[in-house]
Design a protein around this ligand. Structure first.
Ligand SMILES: Nc1ncnc2c1ncn2[C@@H]1O[C@H](COP(=O)(O)OP(=O)(O)OP(=O)(O)O)[C@@H](O)[C@H]1O
Length: 751
C-alpha cells in the first residue's frame, strides 16, 4: 500500500537505487572475501570486510537508512540531502557516500533538532547552515511504509502553536511514538533512529572530561551511555580500542540484559563488570592468604530483610557510609601527608671522600623539596626508589665536580669503591624512612580509633569513629573484608604502590552510579585515561543509601573538583505510559526528598495501573495466576512478578509455580537474562524493563513511609513498558500509594 506523502514516489525510487548499490556491494565483498590469502594485512582487511558484509546482508538490504536531512551550507549555499543509517555505505567503484553513519559529524544535525542556526563540528572546524528538512522513514523489506517529516522545534511551533507547553508535557513526534508503542521483548535496543536532542548532546559530549548524567527512570541513560561508546569508537578509532572500554553495572543479570545491544552498536569486545568483581581482582594480590571478601548482597539483606536490630543497622550504616565517602579518601590522604610531613626526618645527608678528606652535604630542605614536590606525582614506594636514584645522582655530581677541581682521575677500582660508599651511605640515610605496606596499614587505620580520629576530618563524629573501628575489628578479626573496603584499599594502594597501568580504561561507563559510593566512582575515574568516564544514574532510585550517593554534589564538588565534570539532567521518560509514571511519581512525592526531579513521561497512554486486593494470600495467588494468563493473552511477553526481598520472592515462587509452571526465580547469582515470566526481588529489577510488572506485598508492612522503601518501590514501579499491577491484602495498601486513584478489577476506586 502506497504511503500518503507527497515525496513517497521519489523516496521509494531513492530507496530502490540504494538497495541496488547495497546488492552490488554485497557481490563485491563476497568475491573479495572468497579469495584465500596468507597475507596478514589482507586477512585483517578481510575481517573488516566480513563484518561489512554481515551488516549489509542483515540490515543494509532490509533498511539501509532511517532518516534524511537537507542541509543548506552557509558557506557554499549548496543544499545537501544526506541519508542516515546505522552504518555508512560507500560505493566502492566511485567512493561516493550513499548512506552516512549516524555517528558521523554531519549526522548530528539529524538529532539536534535545530533548524535555522544549525551547525556540526568536524576536525577542521564548525560547519554552519540551515536544516531545511528532517525526515524519518519506516522501511520494511525494502519498502517504505511510512514517511514522517518534522519533529523540529520549528515544525512543532507551526503546527501546535504553543510549543513550549507541548514540549514540556512530553510532546513527541509520530515516529518516536510509533517506535515506543511496539510491544518488544523488553531487552535494550538501539535507538539510533529516534535519539532526542538532549540525548544526542550527551552521546557526542567531549571525550576527555568526566560526564555526569542525572536522568529520571526510563530517560534512556543506559541506552545513551552505550550509544556513546559506539560514537567514541567510531570517531576515535585510531586512539581508542573497544577492548579497553569498561561498562560497570549493578549485577551480572543486568550486564547480560544489555549485552545484546553492544554488537548492534558496533562495539563488541567491551569489558563488562560489576564494580565489586573488578575491584576484587585488583585487591586479591595484596590480600593476605586466607582472607576473603564478603558477599556484596549482605548489606542489602541487612537493610531490607526483617529481623535485624536498629543498632545493628546503625553501626553498619556508619561503617559502610564512611568507607565510601570522600571523607575516607581525605583520611587516607591525611595519613600519607602525615608520613611526608612528620615521619620522614629529612636530615641532611653528609659523606666524606677519604682520599681528599672532603665532606659533602645535601641539605635536608633540598631533600624534602625533591621528595614532596618534584616527585609528588609518584606513588610512595616509587617515590622512595626515585629519591634514592636522585640522591645517588646528586652525590655523584658533587664528587665529580670536586674531582674535576682537584684534577683527579678515578680508575675503575676507585669508581667501584665510591659506588659502594654511596650505597652504604644511602642505605643508612634512608633506613629510618617509613616503609609502607598497604594491607596492614589499611587494617590499622580502619580499626584503631585514636589513629582514625587523628586522620579523619572533623565532620566525622566520635561515635562514628568508634562504631567504624569496633565493627571493622570484628570483621577483620575473622579475616574478612567487605566489598565496601575495596575502593578504599585500592585508593591506598594507588597512593603507596600505584595501580597497574595495564588495567587502565580508554573509557569507562558507570551505570546506576547512584548506588556506587563517591570513593568507588573516584577510583574508576582514576583508572580511566584522561578522566574519560560517563557516569549515569538517578538519585531517586538510590536503594543503597548506606553507601551510595545522596546527591550529585559530593561528586561534582569533591571528586570532580579538578578536572570539572560536565553535568546533564534528563527529565523526559520514554519507557512507561503516562498512567504508570503518574503512579510512580506519586510515591516520590510522598517522601519529598530535596532536589528530587519528577519524571515527565512522553505522551504515550495505556491502561491505568491495576490494584488487586484479596482477603487472603491464597486468593491473591489465585488472582495473580489468572492475571498473568490474561496479560499473556494480550500478547505481552516479558512479565516480572516482584517481591520486596529475596526471601519473599522465594515464598511467592513456591506458591505460584503449580499455577505458572514456567515461572523462573531469579537471584543476584543469576548471570543469564532469558526474559519470559520471572519472579525476583525488587532490587534486582534495577535497570531492567518488562512488558508488565506485578508487584507483591505493596502494603504498610513492606513499603512504609521511608526513603529506602519509597525508592525501592519507585524502582519496581518504573520497570513496566505497558502494564503495572499492584497487589496486597485488602485494606493494607502501603501509605506510599494512599490518595492515588487506582483501577481495581471491574470498578475504579479511590485507594
Ligand atoms: N530516544 C529514544 N527513542 C526511543 N526509545 C527510547 C529513547 N530513549 C529511551 N528510549 C527507551 O526508553 C527505555 C528506557 O531506556 P533506558 O533503560 O536506557 O533508561 P534508563 O534511564 O537507564 O532507565 P532506568 O534508570 O529506569 O533503568 C528503553 O526501552 C529505551 O529504548
Amino acid at each position: 500500500m502506497a504511503v500518503k506523502h507527497h515525496a513517497y514516489e521519489a523516496e521509494q525510487k531513492k530507496l530502490e537505487e540504494t538497495l541496488h548499490v547495497v546488492d552490488k556491494e554485497i557481490d563485491l565483498l563476497r568475491e573479495d572475501i572468497g579469495q584465500v590469502t596468507d597475507d596478514y594485512v589482507k586477512q585483517v582487511v578481510n575481517y573488516k570486510k566480513v563484518k561489512d558484509l554481515q551488516y549489509l546482508e542483515d540490515h543494509g538490504r532490509e533498511k539501509p537508512y532511517f532518516g534524511r536531512i537537507d542541509f543548506l551550507k552557509d558557506e557554499t549555499y549548496e543544499l545537501d540531502s544526506v541519508y542516515i543509517g546505522k552504518r555508512g555505505i560507500v560505493r566502492s567503484d566511485t567512493f561516493d557516500t550513499v548512506v552516512v553513519d549516524w555517528r558521523a559529524p554531519i549526522a548530528s544535525l539529524f538529532y539536534s533538532g535545530e533548524s535555522k542556526d544549525a551547525f556540526y563540528r568536524t576536525a577542521r572546524g564548525i560547519v554552519r547552515g540551515e536544516v531545511k528538512l528532517k525526515r524519518n522513514f519506516a522501511i520494511e523489506n525494502g519498502q517504505i511504509t511510512g514517511i514522517y517529516d518534522g519533529a523540529l522545534k520549528e515544525t512543532i511551533d507551526r503546527e501546535v502553536g504553543q510549543p513550549d507547553e507541548f514540549l514540556h508535557e512530553g510532546f513527541i513526534d509520530e515516529f518516536l511514538a510509533s517506535s515506543l508503542n511496539q510491544t518488544n521483548d523488553s531487552r535494550l535496543k538501539d535507538i539510533v533512529a529516534t535519539i532526542q536532542a538532549e540525548q544526542n548532546e550527551i552521546i557526542r559530549a567531549e571525550k576527555d572530561k568526566p560526564l555526569v548524567v542525572q536522568g529520571v527512570a526510563g530517560s534512556g541513560k543506559t541506552t545513551i551511555a552505550l550509544h556513546r561508546l559506539s560514537y567514541l569508537i567510531y570517531n576515535y578509532q585510531d586512539t581508542l580500542a573497544s577492548k579497553r572500554f569498561m561498562v560497570f553495572a549493578p549485577n551480572r543479570l543486568f550486564l547480560n540484559y544489555i549485552s545484546d545491544v553492544l554488537p548492534e552498536l558496533g562495539v563488541e569486545d567491551v569489558q563488562q563488570s560489576t564494580f565489586a568483581e573488578w575491584a576484587a581482582r585488583l585487591v586479591r594480590p595484596i590480600l593476605p592468604k586466607g582472607w576473603r571478601i564478603l558477599d556484596p548482597q549482605k548489606p542489602l539483606q541487612l537493610f531490607f530483610e526483617p529481623g535485624k536490630s536498629e543498632r545493628e543497622r546503625t553501626i553498619a550504616w556508619r561503617r559502610l557510609h564512611f568507607k565510601g565517602s570522600f571523607a575516607c579518601k581525605q583520611t587516607l590522604d591525611h595519613y600519607l601527608q602525615d608520613v611526608l610531613e612528620k615521619q620522614i626526618p629529612y636530615k641532611k645527608l653528609s659523606f666524606i671522600y677519604s682520599r681528599t678528606n672532603q665532606v659533602f652535604t645535601i641539605e635536608g630542605g633540598q631533600i624534602r623539596e625533591i621528595f614532596t614536590e618534584q616527585l609528588k606525582h609518584l606513588p610512595y614506594n616509587s617515590r622512595l626508589e626515585a629519591m634514592r636514584k636522585q640522591l645517588k645522582q646528586e652525590m655523584n655530581k658533587l664528587l665529580f665536580s670536586h674531582l674535576r677541581e682537584r684534577k683527579i682521575d678515578l680508575d675503575k677500582q676507585g669508581l667501584a669503591k665510591f659506588e659502594k660508599l654511596i650505597e652504604q651511605v644511602l642505605a643508612k640515610y634512608m633506613a629510618d624512612w617509613p616503609q609502607l605496606d598497604v594491607f596492614p596499614l589499611y587494617r590499622q587505620i580502619m580499626t584503631e580509633p585514636e589513629l582514625l580520629r587523628k586522620l579523619a576530618p572533623t565532620s566525622i563524629d566520635d561515635e562514628t569513629i568508634r562504631d567504624v573501628c569496633e565493627s571493622n575489628a570484628e570483621i577483620m578479626g575473622k579475616e574478612r573484608i567487605e566489598p565496601e573496603d575495596l575502593a578504599a584499599l585500592l585508593y591506598l594502594r594507588q597512593l603507596i604502590e600505584g595501580l597497574d597501568t595495564a588495567a587502565q580504561f580508554d573509557h569507562a561507563v558507570i551505570d546506576e552510579a547512584q548506588d556506587l559510593s563517591a570513593m568507588e566512582i573516584m577510583l574508576v575515574a582514576m583508572m580511566a585515561k584522561r578522566h574519560s568516564v560517563t557516569i549515569v544514574g538517578d538519585i531517586a532510585q538510590g536503594i543503597h543509601a548506606y553507601r551510595g550517593l545522596h546527591d550529585w554534589d559530593e561528586l561534582l564538588q569533591d571528586v570532580f573538583a579538578e578536572p570539572r565534570a560536565a553535568f546533564y539532567k534528563l527529565e523526559q521518560s520514554y519507557r512507561s505510559t503516562v498512567e504508570i509514571m503518574r503512579c510512580a511519581n506519586h510515591v516520590l512525592e510522598k517522601i519529598k526528598l530535596p532536589e528530587l526531579v519528577m519524571a515527565k513521561p512522553v505522551l504515550r497512554h495505556g491502561e491505568q495501573p491495576l490494584l488487586l486486593q484479596q482477603a487472603t494470600k491464597e486468593a491473591l495467588w489465585q488472582e495473580i495466576g489468572e492475571q498473568v494468563n490474561r496479560l499473556r493473552g494480550e500478547g505481552l511477553q516479558t512479565i516480572a512478578i516482584v517481591g520486596k526481598s529475596m526471601e519473599e520472592s522465594k515464598k511467592a515462587h513456591k506458591a505460584l509455580i503449580s499455577m505458572l509452571p514456567d515461572l523462573t526465580l531469579l537471584s543476584h547469582k543469576d548471570t543469564h537474562y532469558e526474559g519470559g515470566l520471572m519472579i525476583m526481588p525488587a532490587y534486582l529489577t534495577k535497570g531492567l524493563q518488562f512488558d508488565a510488572v506485578i508487584l507483591l506485598d505493596v502494603d504498610d508492612e513492606h513499603y512504609g513511609l521511608h526513603d529506602l522503601d519509597a525508592k525501592l518501590l519507585y524502582v519496581a514501579m518504573t520497570r513496566p513498558v505497558h502494564r503495572l499491577l499492584i497487589t496486597c491484602i485488602a485494606g493494607r495498601l502501603s501509605p506510599l500509594l494512599q490518595g492515588l486513584s487506582l483501577e481495581s478489577e471491574g470498578t475504579r476506586k479511590k485507594a
